[in-house]
Design a protein around this ligand. Structure first.
Ligand code: M6R
Length: 613
């Protein structure tokens, strides 16, 4: 949510900031801005509404300054206006700041600053920070930032520059990701590695309460000790970004979403690589090694994630209860934290998130930690807040997911949850033969997923038949109930067409009132333990003249007699069917949105990682 880039070095900053912002745009894209300094002057200052990709001419603006900051915004506090776009500055235009996160006590701080004579031009919480730094600015930029940050409550990743100190940048972090890209003649501060990957793969992650002071040749990171409030210098490890530039590019695809759907088979392959242990009918999860004994004692689980990640949790709930025999419940982060949850002593939480930065999921995680319970992560982004804060975890290894709509990351989450089910199951009652059967089926999934993708032209043709419909229903049962929810979410998210998902059995408890010839249903009905029940539901729909597109198991010819269109998926174990049945739904949403000419990778009003509550 929002993206930050800051540059300090020996090269002109603007083109580097520009291409960094282009790569960050998926995190927020309703407005953007730059501030570049050249010696003691502001060399380039610009804020615009809209997407940076619609203002490419700015890249070639005359600017030679070698220090600068830039930001792409997803509005939280204040409307989408030029004034509310970052960077924000103080009254004297001596402090420029870009900020990700939210300053929760900004209203009271603003009231006080206004009383003290500060003039505000935006509605944002970020501008308060600029004026607060101004208040403490007595010739030492980092000292002023430190004093200002002492007064704020909330989350931030910030980069600050001042024309008074043109060879300096101050960056700080609290619960909002920030890293420094380290190169031979430059440093790049960014909220996401994709902003810097074209220039360097060497990065340092800032931690909470840390502040970095950068010059063109050097940087110093210090941390504020919570107890004493004193600052101590930190030596940080330089890490290497593991993925390639190609992974952050469209590589010939029209959209990232399509590229990422096409990567679904390799996502499964990456998630299981080196983790299947055939001799022992088990899986090896290095991330669980340190908590192996504690996991043996876990008596109940709560799975938490938001949006698509929450649907992965829901599938995980079915898997874990059926095969690991552990009482499991699922919740969404934003609800969990306001419940009076009652846990047994040996309960544990599994937090599922692509980004590892989703504020609601993190808040739920912290809530569970406070209760002293074991917290586990299923995370894609290495080094994210979630990955650092959970007691143990398993990376999904899905690689960068750039499209706002989550597709391959969901497949990675489902695969990882299947592995965790085997792991926990084998710690309990699961027999070796069952462990073997599951991992054998898991090992076949990449090939089976590819088979589904190979039917993409058929799916595109079916989309063509339904493109004029304005409402869709999705139904599924048991393992495929969450897939109905995911299918509906994906369609509305990228095509803005109304879609709802329901458990098949719930149709007659209300939604059936809306079913007629104008509202087609996508019924996920592989040949599994609830197939007959799904057929009854489909018949209820057909009796009301509703059209039905079925996702069915290859070889099921009978279904053609009942429904209007069929998309086939190969046979696999029931618990693994969601990993295959969701693929046609991802393709359906993609082709639907593409046929309607939507901005598929950056749907309106949305952003990639939701780092605010
Ligand atoms: O990064 P996370 O997995 O925690 O994100 C959770 C949701 O915000 C995310 O899955 C969202 O629902 C997607 N845009 C859905 O496609």
């Amino acid at each position: 949510m929002c993206g930050i880039v800051g540059y300090i070095g020996k090269n002109p900053a603007l083109p580097i900031l520009f291409s960094g912002l282009e790569r960050l745009e998926y995190r927020g894209y309703d407005s953007f801005g730059f501030c570049v300094l050249n010696n003691n002057k502001i060399d380039f200052l610009c804020k615009e509404k809209g997407k940076i990709s619609d203002h490419c001419h700015l890249r070639d603006s005359k600017s030679v300054g070698t220090v600068g900051i830039a930001h792409t915004r997803w509005a939280t506090t204040g409307l989408v206006t030029k004034e509310n776009a970052h960077p924000h500055c103080d009254c004297k235009e001596e402090i420029f700041i870009v900020h990700n996160g939210i300053i929760e006590n900004y209203k009271i701080l603003k009231e006080n600053l206004v009383k003290e004579g500060h003039k505000f031009i935006s509605e944002t919480d970020t501008e308060v920070l600029a004026h607060l730094i101004e208040k403490y600015f007595e010739g030492n930029l980092e000292q002023a930032v430190k004093l200002a940050l002492r007064e704020v409550r909330g989350t931030y990743g910030i980069a600050v520059v001042s024309p008074k100190y043109p060879n300096k940048m101050v960056a700080a972090r609290m619960s909002s990701p920030l890293l420094i890209g380290v190169n031979s003649d430059e440093f790049i501060v960014a909220s996401d590695p994709s902003a810097i990957i074209t220039r360097t793969r060497q990065i340092i992650h800032l931690d909470d309460d840390e502040i970095a002071v950068l010059t063109p040749d050097n940087f110093v990171i210090s941390k504020q000790e919570r107890e004493s409030s004193s600052w101590s210098v930190r030596t940080k490890k330089i890490e290497t970004i593991e993925w390639n530039l190609e992974e952050a590019e469209k590589s010939g695809y029209k959209h990232f979403m399509m590229k990422e759907i096409m990567q679904e088979p390799s996502t499964i392959e990456d998630a299981i690589r080196g983790r299947l242990y055939f001799e022992g009918g088990n899986v090896k999860l290095g991330g669980f090694e340190n908590v192996e004994d504690r996991l043996r004692d876990v008596s109940s689980l709560v799975l938490i994630g938001c949006g698509t990640a929450n649907y992965a949790c829901k599938v995980g709930e079915y898997m874990l209860e059926e095969y690991a025999g552990i009482p499991t419940e699922t919740d969404i982060g934003s609800e969990f934290r306001y419940r009076k949850s009652l846990f047994s002593k040996n309960a544990a939480g599994i937090f599922v998130s692509q980004s590892g930065e989703t504020a609601d999921t993190l808040a739920a995680l912290r809530e569970m930690k406070e209760k002293g319970l074991l917290t586990l992560g299923v995370t894609n982004v290495v080094g994210s807040n979630q990955a650092r804060e959970t007691d143990a975890g398993v990376y999904t290894r899905s690689g960068p997911e750039i499209a706002v709509a989550s597709t391959k990351a969901f497949i990675g989450q489902l695969t990882t949850l299947a592995l965790i089910t085997v792991y926990l199951g084998r710690q309990r009652e699961m027999a070796l033969v069952m462990g073997n059967r599951i991992i054998d089926e898991i090992s076949k999934l990449p090939e089976l997923a590819q088979e589904v993708l190979d039917t993409k032209e058929d799916i595109k043709r079916i989309v063509g038949k339904y493109i004029d419909y304005k409402d869709f229903w999705y139904i599924g049962r048991k393992y495929n109930y969450p897939i109905a929810l995911e299918g509906a979410l994906k369609l509305k998210e990228v095509s803005y067409v109304h879609a709802e998902g329901t458990a098949g059995g719930e149709l007659k408890h209300g939604p059936l009132a809306l079913i007629d010839e104008n509202c087609p249903t996508i019924a996920i009905c592989p040949s599994d333990s609830v197939y007959e029940k799904m057929i009854s539901n489909i018949e209820e729909i057909k009796a009301r003249n509703g059209k039905v597109i079925a996702i069915a198991t290859k070889g099921n010819e009978d279904i053609k007699k009942i429904v209007d269109d069929v998309i086939y998926i190969p046979k696999t174990l029931e618990m693994l069917t969601p990993i295959l049945s969701v693929i046609p739904l991802h393709l359906f949403s993609y082709y639907f949105a593409d046929a309607l000419g939507k901005d598929i990778d950056k749907p309106k009003n949305l952003a990639k990682s939701v780092t605010v509550e």
